[in-house]
Write a protein that binds this ligand. Sequence first.
Ligand code: PLP
Length: 429
Amino acid sequence: MGNTEGNLQWVERARRHIPGGVNSNNRALPWPMAIVRAEGAYFYDADGNRYLDYHAAFGPIILGHNHPAVNAAVREAMERVDLVGTAVTDLEVLLAEKISEHVPSAEMVALCNSGSEATYLAIRLARAVTGRPSIVKFQGTYHGWHDAVAMNVISPPERIGRKDPLSQGMLQEEIDHTFVLPFNNLEAVGELMDSRSDEIAAVIVEVIPHNIGCVMPKEGFLEGLRTITHANGSLLIFDEVVTGFRHDLGGYQRICGVTPDLSTFAKAMANGYPIAALVGKAEYMERLAPGGGVFFAGTFNGTPSSVAAALATIRELEVGGVHEHCFQLAEMAANGLQEIASELGIVMTVARFGSVFVPYFMEGPIESYEDLLRNDTERDIWFRRSMCEHGVFMLPTALKRNHVGAAHTEADIAMTLEIARQVLSSMPA
Ligand code: PLP
């Protein structure tokens, strides 16, 4: 921010040929910015302004931008084999084996290119396995942009308890087949299952709803979903697109000890390269095989550069120390912010799990999206924007999570806290 000449020029050109000047609705910013370089914990705009990055591209960047080991693995793969698109590559076999080794539910692995593709495939497979049409999702969770799930994420109060589609053009029939329930409310799930037991193919859940920051599942909630879905003959799908590899190599399922039927992974799996995986029980996953009845395809599935990036990222995470480093620094950031807010008499609840932290401008407790209606959106956005103005990039959208990666240092966190103190001290009443 500040000097905007270069940024303005790129953004003007972008707007001429790219709708809204961005290739995702979620990337729009309220000021002109074009990115030209990223390295380690920082990225740089077209005017040379440097930002300490807590956005991490919505989560993929766990090792730091432009990680040398990941880049080397990609280069090596590309010099040997690019996309051939028939049979299978050695790299895909190695990655499937690796994911199966780490992720408890991963008896088999299917590779695709994005989290949305993976959740789409999971739902199609669940419908095929059960012969049932409907799914359950929770208010506040995000599972991608396709019609079965693109609804009820950050909803205004009047849309809670009703359908809140994210887009025009979605098929009403598809929307009707998705039931939206409050997160952490097993009773609501049980009641729906009782009344529509033969309709529900699957329950899909963000194990920690990180799309509204960091709302933790209450003790027994995920276990309860496991019991209820099992009893009803429905599949349980854990969406670990954010949590997978970021919180643990085995996903949050390894931490919580609940094993779903199917799970989806993407983001931190390849440190920024486009790749995703649907994993799960072999008896279900086998249905994706040619002749298995559930059509699964994709020209770019298993692209060698992305698979090599995933293998290199997992190798770095296996060496150990990355998660511990990130968790420690995120804790330092979260505790520091909480202390500063208390000293200044600002109402704030900082939520954290692992490397993810989020300052909410409200009192706790926070157990569901409905609780977050108490968040002071204006203050939330003002704080984030002010941090960006000081070179600390926290996405200027309310409720969005911050990520700490391996490239962040203690000095980066200390600087963040110093700037946060300055910013919060001047926060309008
Ligand atoms: N699931 C979760 C939990 C996500 O956070 C996202 C994206 O933010 C998706 C699925 C969709 O992934 P993608 O944007 O790669 O399609």
